[in-house]
Write a new protein. Sequence first.
Length: 279
Amino acid sequence: MLKKISKLVLVAFLALGISNLGNMKVDASTSKVMWGKTELKQGQIGKVTILANTNLVKVGSNGSLNKVRTLKKGDEYRVYTYKGTNGGLYGVGASSYVQKGSQVKYETPSKSKLALLNKEVIGGLKPKTGMKLVYSPSFTENTQNEFTVSDSYNSEYDITEAFLMKKGDSLNSFTYIERKNRLAFGVSHTDWVILDLALPLIEGKQTKEYYLTEDNDEAFYNVNVESTTSTVKVKAGTFQNVVVVRINNGDTYYIAPGIGIIKLVDKKGVVKAELLSFK
């Protein structure tokens, strides 16, 4: 499963001192891009989350607002248009609106979410700083281990790292390296890599998996991106918009945005890593 890391990423590692399928359910056929409780769709400019019961309204011929029904706290609605009248109106379809105010929260989709509409992942796969991730098994060990995530940014290489520090053993840890055209995951304090992929990742197409030859030249295999929008259930829970990549040696990686690898299964179906819990 481990291989020597490619020259490009090895420079960053060294320069920075990088300090059976049970329980898994995969829906790889889904074409939905989930954004919270709602599906992100073409033409959508944002969404509103209802913070307190508020009215769904239509605009009358004289400009007045006429109540259609009450929207409940916690509900989310897609927004397709915005009007500046009546203090601001978010158009949620069918000529209906939610009035701007303290009772609603408006958000716009990130570039990564918009890219997913074309089943394309441009980044954002590494875990977020401050998270605690528990794996069992845990990549190189067939045991349960807890990792705390920290991160840093190196402007010289335009690289962002996420360090998975093993509880009680900071020397036996892992590192994600993400840049605009590359995602790598390897063993910290070494030049060994577990995964090294070219970005973007596009569902149904191939991407490059990098490795070093015996002459220390960078080479690559073409590998299949099976999905970028899967819903996957592991021991830690159910994750949406999961990337599924099957690499050249037959290993299959399941990578969730903002979490990282949630499961790794080898070509024989043996689970090499599974996320048990996170917070």
